[in-house]
Design a protein around this ligand. Structure first.
Ligand code: 5GP
Length: 193
């Protein structure tokens, strides 16, 4: 997606050899014009798949999920939580996720009733690296009678294995930009998207 590629080229920072920092427009400060453009791009690709629900994981996926949900006709957004709460429902589904950025193992969870029988679920997230978050979310859906209809990602790190694994699983995956690598702090984008 041209607008996202331009933002990455202008404002993205490569940290070390594998971290893409986009705090100025996606992960800390949000460029809302770009956010809603990304939502529309997801809607163009995924509307034929007729999603009923958008699923993401807190916290940085939420804004993007809302933008996609709005563009797809004001669908509900469900975000998996990363920690237990006293007021959580009695019937929760849980899945293990290793956090790439925090280097910690945790459990994500959502109320089972928010993924009702027969619902078509579209996963939206900001990054795809090793695919832990996406596979955790797919694991939540697998414990319900809802079905996965696609995965939409803003930035895929093509040099990590998550994207390839999801494609090999037959997942309908759209990444709006793919990073091929980081060279001397500069982010190298794939020519494909
Ligand atoms: P995965 O679970 O695919 O390994 O990593 C995806 C999650 O880790 C995303 O939800 C994102 O929050 C975080 N993440 C992974 N790599 C990066 C990165 O290079 N930059 C940022 N900002 N977040 C990342």
């Amino acid at each position: 997606m041209r607008e996202l590629r331009e933002a990455i080229e202008k404002m993205g920072i490569g940290v070390g050899c594998d971290i893409v920092k986009v705090d100025t427009f996606l992960n800390h400060r949000i460029d809302t014009k770009l956010l809603f453009q990304m939502g529309e791009e997801f809607a163009r690709h995924f509307s034929p798949d007729k999603p009923d629900i958008i699923l993401t994981v807190e916290s940085s996926g939420i804004a993007l999920a809302v933008a996609a949900a709005h563009a797809l006709g004001d669908l509900p957004v469900v975000f998996a939580k990363k920690s237990p709460a006293l007021n959580q429902g009695a019937d929760m589904v849980l899945a293990p996720v290793y956090s790439f950025t925090h280097k910690t193992q945790g459990l994500i969870r959502t109320d089972k009733s928010f993924l009702p029988d027969g619902a078509r679920v579209l996963i939206i997230d900001d990054f795809l690296a090793d695919g832990q978050a996406a596979r955790g979310l797919i694991g939540l859906i697998a414990q319900t009678k809802a079905t996965l209809c696609g995965v939409g990602i803003a930035i895929e790190k093509g040099f990590q294995r998550g994207g390839q694994q999801l494609r090999e699983m037959g997942v309908n995956l759209l990444s709006l930009a793919v990073v091929d690598g980081i060279e001397d702090g500069k982010i190298v984008l794939s020519n494909g998207c």
